[in-house]
Design a protein around this ligand. Structure first.
Ligand SMILES: Cc1cc2nc3c(=O)[nH]c(=O)nc-3n(C[C@H](O)[C@H](O)[C@H](O)COP(=O)(O)O)c2cc1C
Length: 355
């Protein structure tokens, strides 16, 4: 039997203008693990989780949605970077990644309306008054608060670099605050922040200023919020083009396109997949997440020209050594993802440990 050759997954990928190069085309997609302390500080559990994936050959790790403001928390025991007391924890993650030759970056996040009074101790906030299903009603941010959150993103980026991160990502996907401002069905503001790209652009510019011209800045976005299968999102090809071009001008180096489980679905009523729409409007590298569970699927996706790098999330819950096994032609030894593995993670068990 011929051993499949996945060498295309192991080619380096230059990112940004500062000479940073992803060691291979395999990126660990951001995963909120909910194993931080109550205050969102780092734990040995999380550091060990990252170390095992870095040791298993993944080239680049995007380290979970990290709240930049205390009023941007989305989950209990999720990680933060909202003040300097969080920096040392991130430094530990960077160190273990680097020890195994992987790059590490944070995913800067504000949950906006996707939160609860019981978690925040105050009402959640958003672009406008809005109730996101399953969460508490959010109030509209004041202009002063918006400026503060922009500064919080910039400070989160600064702390990420102080921790040694190789890049930073902005979490503009999945219906969280950056996405809430971009959504015309959520953002009804009449001030300058009612222009749908204004807040994502301002955050991007502030983060770019904080990290300087050379550190890669990745922007994650999705069209869906709650329901990945929804086709009624308010974005059109034209508004996507406006969005991507505005963010690119503001300093984005690469896209992290989150398709959830839909990375092989046509968008905007066509057969054209979302990353291929993105390619029509931007030449920047595309990291794509969405149901790329096996080396064959990831390799085919890249070979088809749909992405320059594959982001793996659930596959790496199941098998921390996915990348190493793919590289060594031992793909059949990769433990396939099962929903019970994610369920174990919710219980605080790293299932890949027993494999
Ligand atoms: C346990 C878990 C936690 C996740 N947390 C985040 C997160 O913090 N930020 C984010 O942008 N996406 C998050 N995602 C979505 C993944 O990054 C990814 O886009 C999605 O799982 C699709 O990729 P997959 O099919 O390889 O799992 C999470 C997914 C899982 C399974």
């Amino acid at each position: 039997m011929n051993t499949p050759n996945f060498s295309s997954l192991f080619e380096p990928l230059p990112l940004g203008r500062g000479g940073v190069t992803l060691p291979n085309r395999l990126v660990m997609g951001p995963m909120t693990l909910n194993q931080a302390t109550e205050s969102g500080h780092m734990t040995d559990w999380i550091v060990d989780w990252y170390e095992r994936r870095a040791a298993g050959g993944i080239g680049t790790i995007i380290g979970a949605a990290v709240f930049v403001s205390q009023n941007g928390r989305g989950w209990a025991n999720a990680v933060g970077i909202a003040d300097d007391s969080y920096t040392d924890g991130w430094r530990r993650c960077v160190e273990v990644a680097h020890r195994h030759g992987a790059l590490f970056g944070t995913q800067l996040f504000h949950g906006g309306a996707a939160s609860k009074v019981s978690l925040l101790g105050q009402q959640p906030v958003s672009a406008s008054e809005w109730v996101r299903e399953g969460f508490d009603p959010a109030r509209a941010l004041t202009e002063e608060e918006i400026e503060q959150i922009i500064a919080d993103f910039a400070n989160g980026a600064r702390r990420s670099l102080e921790a040694g991160c190789d890049f930073v990502e902005l979490h503009g996907a999945h219906g969280y605050l950056l996405h809430q401002f971009w959504r015309g069905d959520v953002n009804h503001r009449t001030d300058k922040w009612g222009e749908l790209t204004a807040f994502p652009v301002a955050v991007t510019q502030a983060v770019r200023k904080a990290i300087g011209p050379e550190v890669p800045l990745v922007y994650r976005f999705s069209l869906h919020a709650d329901d990945p299968a929804a086709t009624n999102h308010p974005v059109t090809p034209e508004s996507l083009a406006v969005f991507l071009r505005a963010l690119e001008a503001a300093g984005v180096d690469a896209w992290d396109i989150s398709c959830w489980h839909e990375s092989r679905r046509g968008y905007f009523g066509t057969d054209v997949w979302l990353p291929d729409w993105v390619r029509q409007f931007s030449e920047k590298p595309r990291i794509v997440a969405g149901n790329l569970l096996t080396p064959q699927q990831a390799s085919d996706y890249l070979a088809g020209g749909h992405a320059e790098a594959a982001a793996l999330a659930r596959a790496l819950i199941s098998d921390a050594a996915w990348a190493e096994k793919a590289e060594q032609g031992q793909g059949e030894q990769i433990r396939p993802y099962e929903d019970s593995h994610w369920a174990a993670l919710r219980e605080g068990i790293d299932i890949s440990r027993d494999h």
